[in-house]
Design a protein around this ligand. Structure first.
Ligand code: ARG
Length: 773
């Protein structure tokens, strides 16, 4: 009996810290000290707020970069060695690959600086500082300011502040709005453009499990690649040059290969792209019915066409590898999200929240400002819904067809040609040249032709006829709805589908030639129609929506003054903190918090390219040659999960323990939480990470790249863990009551009592225990 009660108490006691407050939130680093630091310490953080974010002294933030504008990376050596995901470096790895030198298939490891591969167009942004500029942006503006005037002033001030902070172009700067236009922050970055590829495992490690495992746990993927940032001799950003030197970051992350356990503190520092946590139910309905549904339908078709041709030729496989991966990534995301929204009753949850808001807003004191917010949102979405498909199809079908995208890129040139501006025309051609080269490097005309026929057919069938331009409808009529015939015509006569013909045209471009090009003649009217007939209506509805959304969020924050809100992700630097944690995906099923080499091998399937295991990795497995990277049970941990709040853009973010050491590399989210960008659900939301030990094992034992290991700072002591956090938790009222209850129950049992009740209360905390024999 005593044991039963003790285990009961233990259960209640242990679960208390996790239910007390979910590890939700993508926090702004400069506000950590004020908003989160105490809570983080309670959960196991041992660093000061200044060690995380400081403008004057080196801090964790100096090790974190935005990679290529779409991912995160972090410094892991004083020589600018940069870690990110394999799927973040995928485009670069692909661009260096050929059928003869196939780094996608075989991996690549530079043995010294001179073998590292430069990447045109790639850059990393390192945060210098951020400032709250809300006061400056909103000066003299209040709820009585007319919306148009407000929008204009806000826009101008955002630009002016960014320009002023750029110090004549020395820094990359921007002001972003937060909480739907209620707050504004300025960001100042150093942009380094000489970023070279240092190492990558083969796809059979870096993308193990492929699209089948993507967005899923359990997982066994070594999703990492390594770059190096170079600077001028003065350490400042410099264009690529042989004379550049490895960048010396103000801080780099030590890598921890000690043991860890569930409950251990974890934080993720990075650049989450976009969340829509304040989106209302009507908005979600549109995401389900229009955005996701369209993406699923159109991408499924396109991926099928690409795959067929990729399987037939190595050259095509390499050309389309990166496009395929990114298209399929959000294809599957949309499927998962639509399923999740249904299963988790996400829309119903939002409707309930909105009812509460409306009740609050109906108070006579608030009605004038907030009473109509939800009905305004509703009305805006109704208007947007009428035209929304037009913009989705423009992106997914029209500009999602390569030839039409290339034709679209000629629009600025068309403008300069029509205005007879020779200098501007020359400049437009110069700007186009590198894009033309990049386009044809990864282009296979016969594949694109099939996509063209399929996408235009969908556009013609699915978009309201009165929203299609006459020129397009006439063309479809002329070819009697036969899109293959239309494709024959366009692909035999357009110059945008041939590198030679396009370059010939660019030598002596005229507006007439462009107008006569059949691909351009499709894109141009569709765009013009969109801009003149659709965009103004959508724009007006969006403006109304933006105003209502701003007030909605302001109202929410007023309604719950004690709740600390965090802003939606918007590609700015954020920190999320939580713990290593398992989860139950469904009733009766429990997922462990880590996977191992054993599980990786169990998935092996030599007949399926997604599950091939490279021979060398198999040998290491068979010999159990894990060296210092095995855990205390002798297992090689491959991936693990935490409950950190992340989203796309966090890819490549470091998972950092309570001492500021890297224990993992975030690379994905899990299937049960595909609604995570809309709501954070503590029971399901998990962040999937490559374990630092697997990472170093691959670099060291698999690739033999000791040159890289010796640059890093490797730490072997265990991570500070649940114990430390639990100790801190024991000081909460709930835990105090539990302790007191446990002591009293023990006394009663020892005194021979078998039936009793204990009730304790302190502030909001309450504990009840009833024992019957
Ligand atoms: N789902 C991952 C993310 O968005 C990307 C994974 C890429 N891998 C793939 N098999 N497509 O962060």
């Amino acid at each position: 009996m005593l044991k039963r009660i003790l285990s009961l108490l233990l259960l209640v006691g242990l679960s208390a810290p996790f239910t007390a407050k979910a590890d939700e939130g993508m926090w702004l680093p400069m506000l950590i000290k004020r908003l989160n630091h105490a809570d983080m310490q309670k959960k196991g953080l041992q660093l000061t707020a200044e060690e995380i974010y400081s403008v004057n002294n080196s801090s964790l933030k100096d090790a974190i970069v935005q990679f290529g504008g779409f991912c995160t990376g972090e410094f892991i050596s004083k020589n600018g060695l940069l870690l990110t995901n394999h799927h973040c470096g995928y485009g670069q790895i692909q661009s260096h690959s050929t059928p003869e030198n196939d780094y996608l298939t075989n991996g690549f490891w530079a043995k010294n600086y001179s073998e590292e591969l430069p990447n045109e167009g790639l850059f990393v942004d390192i945060l210098v500082r951020m400032d709250d500029v809300t006061g400056k942006v909103l000066e003299g503006i209040d709820n009585n300011t007319p919306e148009a005037e407000r929008a204009q002033k806000v826009g101008q001030r955002m630009q002016a502040l960014a320009k002023e902070a750029s110090n004549n172009g020395e820094y990359v700067t921007y002001v972003r709005d937060f909480f739907n236009g209620n707050e504004f922050y300025l960001f100042v970055y150093n942009r380094y453009t000489d970023v070279r590829l240092v190492g990558t495992p083969p796809s059979s490690i870096g993308k193990y499990g492929g699209d089948t495992d993507n967005w899923m746990w359990p997982r066994h993927t070594g999703d990492f690649s390594i770059f190096r940032v170079y600077a001028g001799k003065d350490g400042k950003p410099a264009k690529y040059s042989k004379d550049n030197v490895p960048y010396n970051p103000k801080h780099h992350l030590p890598i921890n290969i000690g043991d860890r356990e569930p409950g251990d503190f974890s934080m993720v520092f990075g650049f989450p792209g976009r969340t829509k946590r304040f989106m209302t139910s009507q908005g979600l309905q549109l995401e389900v019915d229009q955005l996701n549904k369209t993406r699923i339908k159109l991408r499924e078709k396109k991926l099928g066409i690409w795959k067929e041709d990729m399987d037939k030729s190595d050259a095509t496989r390499i050309k389309y590898a990166s496009k395929y991966a990114s298209t399929s990534n959000y294809y599957k995301y949309s499927i998962g999200q639509n399923e999740g929204i249904k299963r988790m009753k996400t829309i119903e949850g939002k409707v309930a929240d909105e009812a509460k808001y409306q009740a609050w807003a109906n108070d006579p004191q608030r009605k004038a400002l907030y009473g109509n917010v939800l009905s305004d949102i509703d009305a805006s979405y109704k208007e947007i819904a009428k035209y929304n498909l037009g913009s989705i199809y423009l992106n997914e079908a029209i500009l999602g067809t390569e030839s039409l995208l290339m034709a679209y890129r000629l629009m600025p040139l068309y403008t300069t040609l029509k205005s007879n501006d020779a200098a501007a025309t020359k400049k437009a051609v110069e700007d186009l040249m590198p894009r033309v080269d990049a386009f044809f490097k990864d282009y296979n005309m016969p594949t694109d032709k099939k996509v063209f026929a399929a996408m235009l057919k969908y556009y013609s069938e699915d978009i309201a006829k009165d929203q299609q331009p006459e020129a397009f409808k006439n063309l479809v009529a002329k070819y009697k709805g036969d899109f293959n015939k239309l494709a024959d015509h366009v692909y035999s006569n357009s110059f945008v589908v041939s590198e030679q013909k396009l370059k010939d045209f660019l030598k002596n471009p005229t507006a007439k030639k462009l107008e006569n090009d059949p691909a351009f003649a499709i894109v141009q009217p569709i765009l013009e129609n969109f801009q003149t007939n659709i965009a103004p209506k959508v724009g007006a509805a969006n403006a109304k929506l933006a105003t209502a959304n701003r007030l909605y969020v302001a109202g929410l924050r007023e309604m719950n003054p004690d709740f600390v809100y965090y802003p939606d992700a918007n590609s700015t630097i954020r920190l999320s903190y939580g713990a290593i944690k398992d989860y139950s995906p469904q009733d009766g099923v429990m997922f462990n918090y880590y996977t191992t080499m054993e599980g990786l091998m169990a998935k092996e399937d030599p007949t399926n390219e997604e599950f091939e295991v490279p021979a060398k990795l198999k040998q290491l497995y068979q010999a159990k040659d894990y060296g210092r990277y095995a855990n205390d049970k002798g297992e090689l941990v491959v991936n693990f999960i935490t409950d950190n709040d992340i989203t796309g853009g966090n890819s490549g973010s470091p998972v950092i323990n309570g001492k500021g050491e890297l224990i993992g590399l975030a690379f994905d989210g899990n299937w049960e939480a595909m609604t995570g960008d809309l709501v954070y659900d503590a029971d399901y939301k998990r962040c999937i990470n490559v374990d630092a030990r697997y990472l170093l094992f691959i670099i060291d034992k698999y690739a033999g790249a000791n040159n890289l290991i010796s640059e890093m700072t490797v730490v072997t002591t265990d991570s500070p863990g649940a114990g430390d956090a639990a100790k801190a938790e024991a000081t909460t009222p709930q835990a105090e009551l539990l302790n007191a209850t446990m002591t009293e129950a023990q006394e009663k049992l020892r005194a021979g009592k078998t039936e009793f009740k204990i009730e304790k209360k302190k502030g909001d905390a309450k504990v009840k225990l009833q024992v019957k024999d």
